[in-house]
Design a protein around this ligand. Sequence first.
Ligand code: KG4
Ligand code: ZN
Length: 367
Amino acid sequence: MRILGIETSCDETAAAVVENGAKILSDVVASSVELHKKTGGIIPEVAAREQIKYIIPVIESSLKKGYGQPFSHLTPNIDAIAITVGPGLIGSLLVGVETAKTLSYIWKKPVVPINHLQAHLYANWLAPNNKVPKFPAIGLVVSGGHTDLVLIKGHGKIKRLGGTRDDAAGECFDKTARALGLPYPGGPEIAKLAEKGLPAPSRRAEADGKAGNSQAYDLPRPMMKQKNLGFSFSGLKTAVINLEKKEKKIKKADMAASIQQAIIDVLVEKTIRAAKKYRVKSVLLAGGVAANKELREQMQLESRNSKPKINLHVPPPKLCTDNATYIASCAYFNFQPIPPPSVKPSARRSWQKIQADPSLSIEEMIK
Ligand code: KG4
Ligand code: ZN
C-alpha cells in the first residue's frame, strides 16, 4: 500500500510517499525557518502564509521527482492521503487539511486523518536498518511544543503517563538559546555550541577542554527526583535567564553544555524509570529534540547499562524533525480511511467532519 503523507502543523511544509509504512519512496520538506530566525521565533500568521506558498510545489515534487507520478487532475498511483489534523498552529493546519480534502475530492482517494504527536513515534518504523519495535513500548515524544511520555500497548493503543506541566523540552532549548543571543531554533544551536571544538564524541572533547563544560553552571533539574513521570522546564529556563542577567561574563559554550545536560538528565531519568516500571520490550525516542546527539548517546548508554537491558529505538536525526514520512507510516499502521465524498451521502458526512484540531492530545485517536 502506498500512502501520500502531508504535514503542515507548524513551519514545515512536507509531503512524502511511503510504501507499507516502512519504505520511503519520496520525502520533500520546505521550511520557513529562515523567516522565523529574523523574529527569534515563529509568528503563526507568517508560518501559515508560507504554508500556502509551499503546499502545492511540495506535493508536486513529492509525487513527480521522488515518485515519477504526474501531478494533475489524474489520480496518481497511491492508495490514500494521510494528513496531520493536529495538534499545531491553526492557520498552518488548515492549509494542509483543506489541500488534502481537495485532492481527495479530485482524485477520489480516501483520507486518513493523523495525530501529529502519535505520528512522530512512527519515525522508528522507517529507519532502514533498525529492528521493528516490539510492544509494549515506552515512547518519549520531545518536540518544540510537546514533551510526552507514553505507554504504547499496540498500534493505536496509547496511554499518556506524564508530560510537561509548563514548557516543552524543545521550547526550553529555544528560549534559553534566545537568552544567550543564539538564533531560532535554539536546540541545534545549543548543541553546536556545547560541542564547540569537536572532534566527536563530544564528551571526549569536553574532557580535552575543547567543548563546553556541562558541569560549569549548576542548573536545576526540575521534578527529576519526584516519583511521577511528569516534567517541568520553566524553572530551568528562568534560572538561565537570571544567571545571564546576573553574571557579567557568561561562558556561552559552558552554559550551552550545562543547559543541554540538565535537559538530558531529566529526560533520561524519567524515560528509563518508565521503561522499568512498565517492563516494556522497547523504548522509542521521537520528535525534534530526539535529533540531539548527546541525548541519543546518553539514552543509549543508560539503556545498555540498565538491568534488564532496554531495547532503545532512535530514528535517524533527519526523521526526528518535522516531515511527512512518519505521517504516512502512522496512517498505514492505523488505517482508518475516510472515503471521498463522491461515494454516498453518509460518507460525505464523515468526510466533512475531517477538521483541523490545534489542541489534540497525544492520546486522542482520530475517527
Ligand atoms: O518535532 P519538531 O521538528 O517540531 C515540532 O513538532 O515542534 O521539533 C522542533 C524542536 C525545536 O524546539 C528545536 O529546537 C528542537 O526540536 N531541536 C533540537 C535539535 N534539533 C531540533 N533540540 C536539541 N538538539 C537538536 N539537535
Ligand atoms: Zn513535530
